[in-house]
Design a binder for this molecule. Structure first.
Ligand code: ADP
Ligand code: TRP
Length: 336
């Protein structure tokens, strides 16, 4: 049976948090353990330049995101684990696809439309004010990432579904115009994974500064958990799961039976302070060992670099024959 190809990227534009872990990193690593799956997991560092123009932040985040994947159990032997910028074939494919994609398709991308809308709301005359080409072309580069490895399934958060539709459109047009070289990829969105809320009750996101970083010390983890919003209910008063984001975080780390027991304790009047202690201990149980591995890895960046370089060799050996076929299909050929 042909193995199914699963591919996903995480952009190194900040420090990974609990939402990234339960929403993307943990499920992608689980999928990579299935022997019927061939997985491609990568750091989308060229994507980081779209939103981050601070070189030191991109650099530090690249190390943190790579160490996070490895500390969480990614096995570089069974996975192709690489850094996007180490696979130049992706950028070549990006250009060839750009020359075969309607500008109108990019006009409809959510990230670009949101930036235009923002300008309109601020009363800007020029609706493209401050918008760079990287943001406009972002779905193109993501398409090249995916098609370069002919991925079947792409596990992503809901915000990325539109990009997968665009990747299918772009692949379909190329296949029709030249030669059927590309697989049409599918988004894989996990219905069971809730979007975790952050300390302030909005979506936990690097962009809102409301995150619980994944690898805090135990003490700082408890401190961060203590900041999660709750209401004014006193110890002894019954509480509902939906009264604080802390419940969904607990659920993401606990078994069904533990979640039920926690629900009962809240209904029986568990104090919020106690609930926060239970939550921090639960998160700590799952992350303590990984945190140690993370600390070890970050103190040896050369080891991470070697792993990424070995991954790039594997990735390029897959990318090169497909890129050669694509170049040939569009007429870029040797004269000999
Ligand atoms: P951020 O919003 O923090 O910048 P990214 O856009 O880099 O996060 O997302 C990386 C991955 O983590 C995506 O696949 C996304 O679905 C997942 N993710 C991000 N925030 C959350 C969250 N709060 N809950 C669940 N998954 C999340
Ligand atoms: N754009 C994705 C994000 O912000 C990251 C990403 C880049 C990606 N290239 C990809 C995800 C290819 C899946 C497939 O979360």
């Amino acid at each position: 049976m042909k193995k199914s190809r699963v591919l996903t990227g995480v952009t190194p534009s900040g420090i990974p948090h609990l939402g990234n872990y339960v929403g993307a990193i943990r499920p992608a690593i689980q999928a990579s353990l299935n022997p019927q799956v061939e997985s491609f997991l990568f750091l989308s560092d060229y994507h980081a330049l779209i939103k981050c123009h601070e070189p030191e932040k991109v650099y530090a985040s690249t190390q943190a995101v790579a160490a996070t994947w490895l500390a969480c159990g990614l096995d570089p032997e069974r996975t192709t684990f690489y850094r996007q910028s180490d696979v130049p074939e992706v950028m070549e494919l990006n250009w060839i696809l750009t020359c075969n994609t309607a500008k109108g398709l990019m006009n409809r991308a959510h990230a670009y439309k949101a930036a235009v809308q923002d300008n309109a709301e601020k009363g800007q005359q020029d609706l493209d004010h401050g918008i760079e080409m990287g943001l406009f072309c972002y779905p193109m580069l993501m398409t090249a990432d995916i098609l370069m490895f002919n991925a079947d399934k792409v596990p992503v958060g809901r915000d990325q579904i539109q990009h997968l539709e665009m990747a299918r459109d772009i692949a379909g047009r190329f296949n029709h115009r030249y030669k059927p070289l590309f697989t049409l990829p599918e988004a894989q969105v996990d219905d069971n994974v809730e979007t975790l809320l952050g300390l302030d009750g909005r979506k936990m996101s690097k962009s809102y500064g409301n995150t619980i970083p994944l690898f805090e010390t135990e003490k700082r983890l408890q401190k961060a958990v203590n900041k999660i919003v709750t209401n004014l209910k006193q110890p002894g008063e019954p509480k509902q799961p939906n009264e604080s984001p802390l419940f969904a975080i607990y659920k993401a780390f606990a078994s069904e039976a533990e979640t039920q027991a926690f629900t009962n304790m809240l209904a029986e009047g568990l104090a919020w302070g106690e609930a926060k202690k239970i939550l921090a201990a639960k998160i700590n149980d799952e992350l303590a060992e990984k945190r140690e591995r993370f600390a070890q890895l970050t103190s040896q960046p050369a080891i991470i670099e070697d792993i990424l370089q070995a991954g790039a060799i594997k990735a390029r050996s897959q990318a090169q024959p497909l890129l050669a076929a694509v170049r040939d299909a569009v007429g870029i050929r040797s004269l000999k």
